[in-house]
Write a protein that binds this ligand. Sequence first.
Ligand code: PAF
Length: 281
Amino acid sequence: MEIFKKIAPLKAFLEGIRRSENTIGLVPTMGALHNGHLALINASKAQNSVTICTIYINPTQFNNPRDLEKYPRNIDRDLELLQTAGCDVAFCPENAEMYESKPHLKFDFGSLGNVMEGKHRPGHFSGVALVVSKLFNVIRPDNAYFGQKDWQQFAIIQQVVQELKFDIKLHSIPTLREQDGLAMSSRNLRLSFHERPKATVFYKALLEARKDLRMGEPISKVKERVSEIVGKTAGASLEYFEVAESKNLNVLEFVNGAEMPILCIAGYIGEIRLIDNMFLK
Ligand code: PAF
C-alpha cells in the first residue's frame, strides 16, 4: 500500500493511474477504522481498479472542541487494517496540508442542513462539505463511498456533487452493526465498559418506532414512545428522533404519501454522542 501525507506527490501518483484508464474509488474517513469502514473499502475494491482511503480528522466539522480532542486516534492500527484489507493507497495529511490558512468558505444547504444533525451541530455540514470538496478536488475519484449511518451527510454530499458538478458517483453502503445491534462507529470506542451495553438503546428505539409506524401509529405518538424508551435507560438521553423523507430530509408529520421515509435518532450515552437511522420500508 502506498502511503501519502502530502497532496503534491499523491496527485502525481494518481495522474499516472488515471492515464492507464483505471478507475479510482475513494473512501474518506476520520480513522479509528472498524468493520463498517472495511465494508466501504470492499465495496470500492469490487468496483474500481484502485482504492484510496483518506484518514483525516477534519477540525472544521467539529462544533464541540472536546469532541475533537477526544476523537479516537490510532493511525498505526488503521494503516495495518487497510493493508490487510487490500487498500491500495492511504492519504493521511496533517492539518497544515489541508488548511494552509483559516478557511473562509462556508456552505449553506438551506432546509437540508437546518434539521437534525445540522440543527444540533451548527457549522458541522459546512465543515464536512469543505473537506470533502477538497478531497474530491485533489483525488478526482470516479466513485466515493460513505456509510448509511450518516445519511444526512450523504444527502449533503450529493448536493455538493450536483451543485459543484463533480464527476463522481456516490455510493451509500448499509450500516454494519455489532451483534447486539449497535451501529458501528468510531465513537463507540469512547464508551466505557458500563456504557457500552446501554448504547443499544437507540437501535432498540428505532426498531420499536419502525414497528409502531408500520402498524399505523401516528408519528407524534411514536416520538413519545421513543422518548420513553431512551428515558428509561440510565445515562442515556435523547437529542432528537425524527421521521424524514430520505431524499431531501424534510421532516414528516405523517408517513402517508411519503416516498421513502427514514427514521433518524441521535442521543447521548454519558458524554458520547451517537446517531443511527433506519428506513421505514
Ligand atoms: O463521515 C466521516 O467520517 C467524515 O464526516 C468525512 C466524510 C470523512 C469527512 O471528514
